[in-house]
Design a protein around this ligand. Structure first.
Ligand code: Q9C
Ligand code: ZN
Length: 694
């Protein structure tokens, strides 16, 4: 199923007719530059192109008052002076004779996108629109926004499609207060926004943008604000916010549809946001959202004023919607102190309403005044925005953005090298069934040290696996599935690790489920991160060798993935991922699919899944589908984590967060209740690896 791109050229018509430094950044080139780049990259051509239609009066009336709609309608016939006078009655707004038409197209584009997704014509899509929408209110234009495109789409999805749970993710750098006001008492719409806030000193200067605004009445807990109190937030901060705040709530909410207020003023180079997240980060944010709602993600453009950064970030978003793996993230994956404070305040504010945040740490952060002053963070890399032509050379976006793609796309996305042929029955058509095997002598040489690989079946399976692994390391194939006899699982995994490391992988992440012992000869050089889920007890032998029991409930499984596996994986930045479902892994298809789908965000999607030969064809099929980019099936309403699951997670976090900053959900200076944690903080592993900031 495809990706829709909704657009209409007429939306380039509205523009500022007089002098206004605040409004001049919202200009037609935002759309033309973005569309040009999508074409250059061949992305537009891969989408289902839909021509935007105008929203009707009734549709606008879903969120706006009739008086306000007719006020905007009348701007069509006003002269420049009258337009300017009317604009002055609103905050950061300009009207143009074409505004009404453009704003109706922008709202209509969102409606078409939602209809296309909810009727099953496409899986997901993007509406490229202006004017933007998220600041606009029932009877007011605000912050370049005239009609609230995303809010109208959400109301329409409820009314016309009968949806009961819609998640709105607002990654624009400004607070979408318009959306918040429209749904603050509505528990069927979960609204998440992060935004530059600086303790209330940044536009729109609202008290209700802070973390303690959580909704009202029936809607308590369905407004989630994450205020950034410093500029310069980057990839690690954004990913941490998703893993530790948004995604736990989103899985618990279990949305039927995800709408994204996709503003790219939160990207590097933007003059409004002054943030540092690189364009690839938006591939990851998109990828992380696609595990929800069976992948039904509708993104609608909001802000984004640095044309280069905007165009590139939109390309990353569309590419990911199309199912391509996300390029690896650059830069150290260490969230800054200020980001951790913000995430923790929001978690504390939301904890009363969400089971997934309870049982965990929820004490408010005690922030000393000094932590609010600008601390040792470099300023944003880019000095200027689109208006800043004569600015100093801007190394980051230009050099970053000139490369079409950090990892060349392999010609084959997913290959299966299976020994049991009946599994192929459930494979999607474009998944390649691998015939080849590594050379016999070579296979035997790798197998020799392992008794369990002596049998013919094990050797055959190993030959196929080695051939597949080589294809992945050479860049011919992106991801794959291989099977092995259960008795040979551990030895095969051991060989795969050694082979991966000796054939080009710099850092290899191995996620082993079930009873798979750590290979005895695993080197302690930091090139392999071994994570066993299915161990007897939680234990961290070193920062690179971690074991945890298999969570028993869905809630525990989710917190293990979001709270442990992915933070470690993002912190480690592997270039190859092995995920092995070993003896007794006990994972149901949807759980295994979710794990594989989320791990696909690492290593440019270079994920090799290792199954037992007698796995069901359904399991192989579901893994093949997520590895080629399909959304995993929804897990449904999630149970809470068991106390044992929570304890294991808290213990490992306490052990590991000094070394793995992505695990932190609070300032490390704050002690864990867990007694062992204080001792460990002294640096059991002597601060090797990527140390946290403190
Ligand atoms: N320098 C959107 O991004 N001006 N609207 C703020 C602070 C208003 C942004 C001035 C910015 C409106 C959709
Ligand atoms: Zn914005």
């Amino acid at each position: 199923m495809g990706t829709a791109l909704v657009y209409h050229e007429d939306m380039t018509a509205t523009r500022l007719l007089w002098d206004d430094p605040e409004c001049e950044i919202e200009r037609p080139e935002r759309l033309t530059a973005t569309l040009d780049r999508l074409r250059q990259r061949g992305l537009e051509q891969r989408c289902l192109r839909l021509s935007a239609r105008e929203a009707s009066k009734e549709e606008l009336g879903l969120v706006h008052s009739p008086e306000y709609v007719s006020l905007v309608r009348k701007t069509q016939v006003l002269g420049e002076e009258e337009l300017q006078a009317l604009s002055g009655q609103f905050d950061a707004i300009y009207f143009h004779p074409s505004t009404f038409h453009c704003a109706r197209l922008a709202a209509g584009a969102g409606l078409q996108l939602v209809d296309a997704v909810l009727t099953g014509a496409v899986r997901n899509g993007l509406a490229l629109v202006r004017p933007p929408g998220h600041h606009s209110q029932r009877a007011a234009a605000n912050g370049f926004c005239v009609f609230n495109n995303v809010a109208i789409a959400a109301a329409h999805a409820k009314q016309k499609h009968g949806l009961h749970r819609i998640l709105i993710v607002d990654w624009d750098v400004h607070h979408g207060q318009g959306i918040q006001y429209l749904f603050e008492d509505d528990p069927s719409v979960l609204y998440f926004s992060w935004h530059r806030y600086e303790h209330g000193r940044f536009w729109p200067f609202l008290r209700e943008s802070d973390a303690d605004a959580v909704g009202r009445g029936q809607g308590l807990g369905f407004t989630v604000n994450l205020p950034w109190n410093q500029v310069g937030m980057g990839n690690a901060d954004y990913v941490a916010a998703f893993l530790h705040l948004l995604l736990p709530l989103a899985f618990e909410f279990d949305p039927e549809l995800v709408l994204v207020s996709a503003g790219f003023d939160s990207a590097i180079g933007d003059p409004e946001g002054q943030m540092q997240a690189t364009p690839e980060c938006f591939a990851h944010l998109t990828h992380l959202l696609q595990v929800l709602a069976s992948g039904r993600v509708c993104a609608m453009l909001e802000g984004g004023y640095h044309l280069e950064s905007l165009a590139e970030s939109v390309c990353m978003t569309v590419q990911t919607l199309l199912g391509d793996p996300a390029p690896p993230l650059s830069g150290p994956m260490v969230p800054c102190q200020s980001a951790l404070e913000s995430i923790q305040s929001a978690r504390a504010a939301q904890a009363p309403y969400w089971k997934s945040l309870q049982l965990q740490d929820v004490t408010p952060v005690l922030t000393s005044p000094s932590t609010h002053s600008p601390e040792g963070r470099p300023p944003p890399l880019l000095p200027g925005g689109p208006m800043c032509k004569a600015a100093a050379p801007a190394p980051a976006p230009s050099s970053l953005l000139d490369q079409p793609c950090l990892c060349p796309a392999p010609s084959v996305r997913t290959t299966v090298a299976l020994t049991a042929p009946d599994i192929t029955l459930v494979l999607p058509p474009d998944v390649i069934q691998q015939e080849g095997s590594a050379l016999r002598e070579e296979t035997e040489a790798w197998a020799r040290p392992h008794e369990s690989l002596a049998r013919k079946e094990a050797l055959t399976a190993l030959g196929k696996l080695l051939y597949l692994l080589d294809g992945m390391l050479d860049g011919q194939v992106n991801s794959g599935i291989a099977a092995t006899p259960a008795s040979a699982a551990a030895a095969t995994l051991d060989v795969a690790i050694q082979r991966g490391l000796s054939h080009g992988a710099q850092r290899l992440l191995c996620v082993a489920l079930g009873q798979l012992d750590r290979p005895p000869d695993l080197a302690h050089d930091g090139r392999t991160l071994w994570l066993n889920i299915g161990g007897k007890e939680a234990a961290a032998l070193s920062m690179f060798q971690v074991s945890t029991p298999l969570p028993v409930m869905t809630g525990g499984f989710l917190s293990c993935i979001l709270g442990l596996v992915l933070p470690l994986a993002y912190g480690f930045q592997p270039d190859l991922v092995l995920v092995a479902l070993g003896p007794g892994h006990g994972l149901q298809g949807p759980h295994a699919a979710l794990l594989a789908a989320m791990l696909r965000g690492l290593a440019g999607g270079r994920v090799l899944a290792l199954l037992e030969e007698d796995s069901t064809p359904q399991l192989a099929g579901i893994l093949a589908r997520v590895l080629r980019g399909e959304a995993p099936p929804s897990l449904g309403p999630s149970s809470v984590a068991s106390p044992e699951d929570v304890q294991a997670l808290m213990y490992l976090r306490g052990q590991l967060e000094p070394q793995w900053a992505m695990l932190q959900v609070r300032l490390i200076a704050e002690a864990w209740l867990c007694p062992g944690a204080r001792l460990c903080r002294r640096g059991r592993w002597g601060g090797q690896g990527r140390a946290s900031e403190c």
